[in-house]
Every structure is written in structure tokens, then in C-alpha cells.
Design a protein around this ligand. Structure first.
Ligand SMILES: *[C@@H]1O[C@H](CO)[C@@H](O)[C@H](O)[C@H]1NC(C)=O
Ligand SMILES: *[C@@H]1O[C@H](CO)[C@@H](O)[C@H](O)[C@H]1NC(C)=O
Ligand SMILES: *[C@@H]1O[C@H](CO)[C@@H](O)[C@H](O)[C@H]1NC(C)=O
Ligand SMILES: *[C@@H]1O[C@H](CO)[C@@H](O)[C@H](O)[C@H]1NC(C)=O
Length: 507
């Protein structure tokens, strides 16, 4: 009888609390490229949603993300992200199993070639020359065809070209090889196009550098003279290595940075390259070697992939996934990613295309809980509803972060006077000192608490003796828990502060 009552009570309690505060979770995986942006938006959602949400994203690379998305009948991730569309084979497999999916284009990326030819500025190359170098038809920087477009090149010593290639599959390899093939189909072998081609054997292995990850490609350039490597533009530019100027389809020599500054690839034609429906086969979509005066020849898209039938998720999860997709096209969420991490946002017509696809996905999953966003326009009363994500909800950490971002931003700007800069630095140091103070106060509180706790236990037999100022066991436990929470909060603030400080003072 007792047991029956107990379980009845438990069920009743769960359903009462469950109705209001059920945690809504979502888990994604895929390319590393957009992960900083995803994590930032996830943090915002966590703070801003009234209903508790937990979203995670595993940065494991496009191919693993696709593999996890391809598990049938049900994907093992709730959404996936990749720097390339699903392959035709993957798409056909899903279609044959009657499983629908959608591509959501979120960012544009560019790939560039970087070099380490000593003392050479503004190295000029064409797609054809790059193809010849990667096919080992040209093996030295002093080749007449290279010198012809580089009249100011001063070479000395051993000028053998070291060709850098990725040790594993990557979207940058896919982009660079597709470009070399399209620019020089008679020279670059079609079988060597892809994320991880079977590279040809070379007579002299010393001419080849096998480099792991974008960081490895950068290191290969930094550690070897006369090397040539393809790398995501941002990685290479951040590392301060020289970018090769490439001749685009319209005959203009430029770097990716110059292309982007001048409008990049012609904006109006972006969406026209996608299939009419987001549920279509994207495998043939390519932004390689497009026409346009300032068009950059190696452009790729980062996508989010989702299944069209979301019935494997709860109504709350479906709604949260749709809200997460919404955020990818909302100024409040996506603009900070562009500003902070340098992501290139797609043109207006792509945004319209994606928003139409989200509307379609919503219609196909009409049970999804509708989540609302509260932006800078306050939603009076409505804003307090359970499924509202509000930018007006913040955490104390956000404030510290915002202040430091301002300091970092002004450290970057050349307009800030030295004295303003100094004052801001001093203010930041004061914030750090204040936090350190709080930490030591907290530590001594914790120590006092520990001493107190110890005095409650009597000589090893575990019997509790009541003494000291605490009147109840519960109150004491509560205080200890509060102390711990505060200490860990201060710790995380300190870590952010120190991290930002190091970034701000980086030469
Ligand atoms: C499979 O492909 C056909 C033709 O492209 C399309 O009409 C159909 O909707 C697709 N099926 C799914 C489940 O996406
Ligand atoms: C590359 O071409 C530009 C002119 O288009 C020229 O100014 C530059 O010096 C060339 N680079 C080299 C290394 O000769
Ligand atoms: C490269 O050489 C190895 C053995 O030396 C051989 O097994 C492999 O098939 C060759 N690869 C190509 C692409 O020719
Ligand atoms: C130049 O360097 C390559 C390796 O990068 C080496 O194989 C070659 O023997 C060197 N040539 C001379 C003349 O030293």
C-alpha cells in the first residue's frame, strides 16, 4: 500500500512540475567552421529563454556531421552542419528511404592560396598555374610561366616548390581542387577533385608537405620556405602569412580580401544557383569560378541540414529547432557573429530563400510549439510567456563581456587616443582587482565554512554535534551551496576577463 502511494505521488509531482519547467534539449554536430557562432547563439538562448533549454554542438568536421545525419531511419543528431552540400549519393540514399531533408545556407566562406617564397610580395598566379603546380608539371618558382606574370620576383637559392596538401578530408581541399579542375580541365585530373582525393605519387616526396587541419597548413607555410598551400582565407590572414593574388574568371588579379571589400561574388546571382526548393538535391551547387569583376573564384557555403519530418522530436524540441534556424537569419543573433568572428553573411535573396524554407518546415511540422522572440521592441505581458526568447534577459556575465568587448574594439581602432585607451585599461584592471578581492573574500568564507563543517563531525564516528551559530542543518547546506555557486561564477568571470585582457593586449 505504502509503495503504491509513493509512486502515485511521484508521478503526480512530476507531471505538475514537468508541465512548466521541462528542459528542452537539442544536439547538433558537424563542421568546426561555424561552431563559435553556434556556441554564442546557444549561450544567448540559454540565458534568454524562460523555458530552460540546453543545446549542444559537437565540432567534429563536415564529414562526421554528415555521417551522423545519414543514420537511418533516424539521424543521431538533431541538426547537422557542413561546409559543403550533401553528396548526390547521400541525397539519393535518403530519397530512396523516403526521408526528406533541407539545406539552410548560413555563411559564405572563401579559400585562398598562401605562400612562403622568401622576400616576394604580391605573388601572382592563375588557376592554370596552380593546377600545373599541384599536378607537378611545374616544380620550381623560377619557371618561365610564373616569371612572366611576376616581373618583380627576386629569387635566390633552391626554388623548388613545396606543395602542401591536407592529411585528411576537408571542405577547403574540395573547394581548391574543384577550382583547379574548373580553371584548367585539361591539366588538373578530374579524379583528384574532392574533399579527400587520392593524390598522385610524386617522384620526389620532399616536394610534398602533408599537413593536418587548417592550423597544420598554416604551420607548413610558416615552417617551410617556398611552400604553397590552400587554406580558409580567415585562418591564413589571421596567421599573417602572404596570400597569393589569383586571376579571376574576368581576368582581374586580386586577393580574397580585396574581392570581399569590393562586393565579393556578384550578390544577385547567389540564390539562382540553388535548387528551386530547399528540399532539393544541392550536390551540384557550386560557387567556384563564377563570373564578375570582383568575383572571388573559391567561394563555398556553410549549411545547416535538417530532416523535413521532425516528428521524432517533442513539440517543444521541434519549436526550439525552428527558433534556432530563425536566429540564423535574425540581425540580433547573426550580426554579432559577423562582427566578432568575421563570418560573411549571404545576400538578401538567399535570406529570403531560407526564410521561405523555414516557413515550409513549420507548415510540415504544425505540432511544433511556437516560440517567440522579444527583440528591442518590448512585448508587454506577452514577454513573460513560457516560450519567449528575449534579448532583455541577460546574465551578469554578459555585462562584463560587453564592457570588455568595447575595450577590445577600441584597442583595435586607430582613432582612440592613448589616454582613453589607458583609462579603459585601468578600468579593466580595477574590475579584475575587484573580482580578485571578491574571490579571496569568498575563499576565506569557504574556509570558515569548512572549519565549521569539520566541527560538526564528532571524532570520526560521524555523529553530528550541534554547535556554532547555525541553527539548522538545512540552512548550513544552503549556505555552502550558495558559496560554491558564487565562487564558480566568479571563477568563470575571471577566466573571461583574463582571456579578453590577453587578447586586448596582444601586439
Ligand atoms: C525524391 O526525389 C524526387 C524527385 O527529385 C522528389 O520529387 C521527391 O520529393 C524526393 N523525395 C523526398 C522524400 O525528398
Ligand atoms: C604581380 O602583378 C602586379 C601587377 O598586376 C605587380 O605590381 C606585382 O609586382 C606582381 N608581383 C610580382 C612578384 O612580380
Ligand atoms: C602510390 O604508390 C603506392 C605504392 O608505392 C601504390 O600502392 C599506390 O597505389 C600509388 N598511388 C597512386 C595514386 O598511384
Ligand atoms: C631543392 O630542395 C628539394 C626539396 O625541397 C630537394 O629535393 C632538391 O634536391 C634541392 N635541390 C638542390 C639543387 O639542392
Amino acid at each position: 500500500m505504502m509503495y503504491w502511494w509513493k509512486s502515485f505521488l511521484t508521478i503526480a509531482l512530476c507531471s505538475v512540475t514537468g508541465a512548466k519547467a521541462q528542459l528542452v534539449s537539442l544536439h547538433g554536430s558537424g563542421t568546426t567552421n561555424p561552431s563559435k557562432c553556434f556556441w554564442k547563439i546557444i549561450d544567448q538562448f540559454t540565458t534568454q529563454s524562460k523555458t530552460p533549454v540546453r543545446i549542444t554542438y559537437r565540432a567534429v568536421g563536415s564529414s562526421i556531421g554528415q555521417t551522423e545525419f545519414m543514420v537511418l531511419p533516424q539521424a543521431v543528431n538533431d541538426f547537422s552542419s557542413g561546409d559543403l552540400p550533401l553528396t548526390a549519393e547521400h541525397y539519393a540514399t535518403l530519397n530512396a528511404s523516403n526521408v526528406g531533408m533541407m539545406h539552410f545556407p548560413i555563411f559564405l566562406g572563401t579559400v585562398s592560396f598562401f605562400h612562403s617564397v622568401p622576400g616576394v610580395q604580391d605573388l601572382n598566379l592563375t588557376g592554370e598555374l596552380l593546377a600545373k603546380i599541384y599536378m607537378f608539371e611545374i616544380e620550381s618558382w623560377d619557371h618561365p610561366e610564373i616569371l612572366a606574370i611576376n616581373p618583380n620576383m627576386q629569387l635566390s637559392g633552391n626554388t623548388t616548390i613545396k606543395v602542401a596538401r591536407r592529411a585528411e578530408g576537408s571542405s577547403s581541399t574540395n573547394t581548391a581542387t574543384e577550382y583547379m579542375y574548373q580553371a584548367a580541365p585539361g591539366i588538373y585530373d578530374e579524379n583528384l577533385v574532392g574533399a579527400f582525393p587520392t593524390w598522385p605519387n610524386v617522384t620526389n616526396g620532399e616536394n610534398v608537405l602533408t599537413c593536418s587541419g587548417s592550423g597544420g597548413m598554416t604551420a607548413c607555410i610558416e615552417e617551410n620556405e617556398n611552400a604553397l598551400a590552400y587554406i580558409e582565407t580567415g585562418h591564413g590572414v589571421d596567421a599573417g602569412i602572404p596570400e597569393v593574388r589569383i586571376e579571376n574568371l574576368d581576368g582581374r588579379y586580386l586577393t580574397a580580401i580585396e574581392a570581399v571589400e569590393n562586393g565579393g561574388l556578384s550578390q544577385e546571382e547567389q540564390a539562382s544557383l540553388f535548387p528551386p526548393e530547399a528540399t532539393g538535391d544541392f550536390s551540384g551547387v557550386s560557387f567556384i569560378n563564377r563570373p564578375g569583376e570582383y568575383s572571388w573564384p573559391m567561394v563555398l557555403f556553410t549549411y545547416i541540414y535538417v530532416r523535413t519530418d521532425l516528428s521524432y522530436l517533442s513539440a517543444d524540441q521541434q519549436g526550439l529547432l525552428l527558433a534556432f534556424l530563425d536566429a540564423m537569419y535574425m540581425e540580433d543573433y547573426i550580426q554579432p557573429c559577423a562582427d566578432e568572428f568575421g563570418f560573411l553573411l549571404p545576400a538578401e535573396d538567399i535570406k529570403t530563400y531560407a526564410l521561405n524554407a523555414i516557413t515550409e518546415l513549420r507548415a510540415l511540422n504544425s505540432n511544433a510549439t511556437p516560440w517567440k522572440f522579444e527583440g528591442s521592441d518590448t512585448l508587454s505581458v506577452e514577454g513573460m510567456e513560457d516560450y519567449v526568447i528575449s534579448i532583455k534577459r541577460k546574465s551578469a556575465l554578459d555585462d562584463v563581456r560587453d564592457q570588455l568587448e568595447d575595450v577590445v574594439a577600441s584597442a583595435d581602432g586607430s582613432t582612440t587616443s592613448d589616454s582613453t585607451m589607458e583609462a579603459e585599461m585601468e578600468q579593466m584592471m580595477a574590475t579584475i582587482a575587484d573580482l580578485q578581492n571578491q574571490m579571496s573574500v569568498m575563499n576565506s568564507d569557504m574556509e570558515a565554512m569548512n572549519t565549521l563543517m569539520a566541527s560538526f563531525t564528532n571524532g570520526g564516528n560521524g555523529e553530528i554535534v550541534t554547535q556554532g551559530s547555525f541553527t539548522s542543518d538545512d540552512e548550513q547546506k544552503l549556505q555552502a551551496a550558495l558559496g560554491l555557486a558564487a565562487a564558480s561564477f566568479s571563477m568563470s568571470v575571471l577566466i573571461v576577463v583574463v582571456g579578453m585582457f590577453r587578447f586586448a593586449t596582444k601586439p
